[in-house]
Design a protein around this ligand. Sequence first.
Ligand code: CP
Ligand code: NVA
Length: 310
Amino acid sequence: MQNLHGRDLLTLGDLSPEEVQAVLERAIAQKQARRMAGKPPVATGKSAALIFMKPSLRTRVSFELACVDLGMHPVVLGPGDAFSREETVHDTIKVLERYVDVIVLRTFAQSHIEEVAEHASIPVVNALTDDYHPCQGLADLLTIREHKGTTSGLKLAYVGDGNNMANTYLLAGALTGMHVSIAGPAGFEPSAAVVATAQGLAAQYGTGAKLEVTNDARAAVAGADVVITDTWASMGQEAEHAARVAAFAGYSVDAALMSAADPEAIFMHCLPAHRGEEVQNEVIDAGYSVVFDEAENRLHAQRAWLSLVL
Ligand code: CP
Ligand code: NVA
């Protein structure tokens, strides 16, 4: 395994299968240690810029608390603070790296965070872009491992939009040897380029992953160990909401769809959920729903990542 010190996390594809497992191991160990008082913080005196160009509840709170747990000072910035007043990405990053030890950025285009990483001499963490959400991916793998005992050999069905979360699950499955089936309406599938990237990683590492995209939600969910969905209209697509609700008719995760899954299947959602749209209350409130474990695990996964990188 390569040392993770100083590394960027722009997509899960930045990690090898062994590195993914190392992050999960660290997260599990720290999650247990957090319940035992008196552990010294591991990054005392370091600081982080947490930049949110889009709204956030979970990511902001979990990163701030992860920093404090590690002895760090988090500085939260919004769209009026960073990348504003026509300041270039170069100048913004050269200033920030005089103050902080890591940059965590939620933004729109993946090319924006790539440009940030090109200029930064300090680690950069993707806190969600239009294309990827690797921190959520690590938290979700941790949640799957806790509930299923493993992250390999499982069938993960994602029903919904071919968005940043669908892309992230394709990469997660490629790196952990899962069977990932993405189901959504025609025209809303993940891009062929992302599917090819994920297939390439699965082949490169020989993980045995099987990755597929279909328009048949029931076929995707059939026998699945993990069923996941996400909003039909992501941040930045608010104006398309009504059209998307119409386009995704028939792709809501309800009890009838869940009945096609393995009887021991769990339900996951990165949240925020739109109850009555991509998921029905009978599913998200069921005993097999682990959405709040998943939300909690954002803290554990991100604290593990920061401690390994710093
Ligand atoms: N799942 C997630 O990233 O939540 P927030 O958008 O609230 O951070
Ligand atoms: N796909 C959603 C995920 C939110 C955490 C979005 O990008 O808005």
